[in-house]
Design a protein. Structure first.
Length: 176
């Protein structure tokens, strides 16, 4: 089984994550996905032989619409998601506006935006397609995610490495 198929199988086997993917899919967002720790934690739990754990921290809903870059739209979407699943700490971000916060050139898609995220293993997103299908976006590949490798993306390997290192420390990823 290839890595993308494995990610999809792990998502399908986790009832809560599969449900949340359906909730986000129902919003019909342009280029809409759930990414970051939502995927990484599920895969790393699986690779460590642990049962699926509930998502910790924010559930990062990412989408891309260059014609709707008002942050208020993200807050409205979070409110809608909160009504459907109030126990989930939703975080919605239109990646079409995030380049400004990150001092990058505009991103043309969610996949391009993920190239500018701090860690390769976190630059992964999934989305439900139809009732039973799922897609994986991984612009940095799935190798590091599947091999439990923690490293910065090229964008965070140089001047921004201190940000990557701060994330590693604050999240406690290197603790046994």
């Amino acid at each position: 089984m290839d890595a993308a198929s494995k990610v999809i199988a792990v998502m399908r086997a986790d009832p809560l994550r599969w449900h949340l993917l359906g909730v986000v899919s129902a919003l019909d967002l342009p280029d809409g996905w759930i990414g970051a720790g939502f995927v990484r934690n599920a895969i790393w739990d699986h690779l460590h032989g642990r049962p699926p754990s509930a998502p910790t921290g924010d559930v990062d809903v990412i989408w891309h619409d260059p014609f709707c870059v008002d942050a208020a739209k993200d807050r409205k979407l979070e409110a809608v998601l909160h009504v459907v699943e109030p126990a989930i700490p939703w975080s919605v971000k239109n990646q079409a506006r995030m380049h400004g916060r990150n001092a990058d050139e505009p991103y043309s898609s969610v996949t391009e935006a993920m190239r500018y995220w701090p860690e390769t293993a976190t630059a992964v997103a999934v989305r439900r397609v139809g009732k039973d299908d799922c897609e994986v976006a991984a612009p940095m590949g799935l190798g590091d995610l599947m091999q439990l490798v923690l490293r910065p993306t090229p964008h965070f390997a140089g001047k921004k490495r201190h940000i990557y290192e701060g994330r590693v420390r604050s999240k406690g990823w290197m603790k046994a």
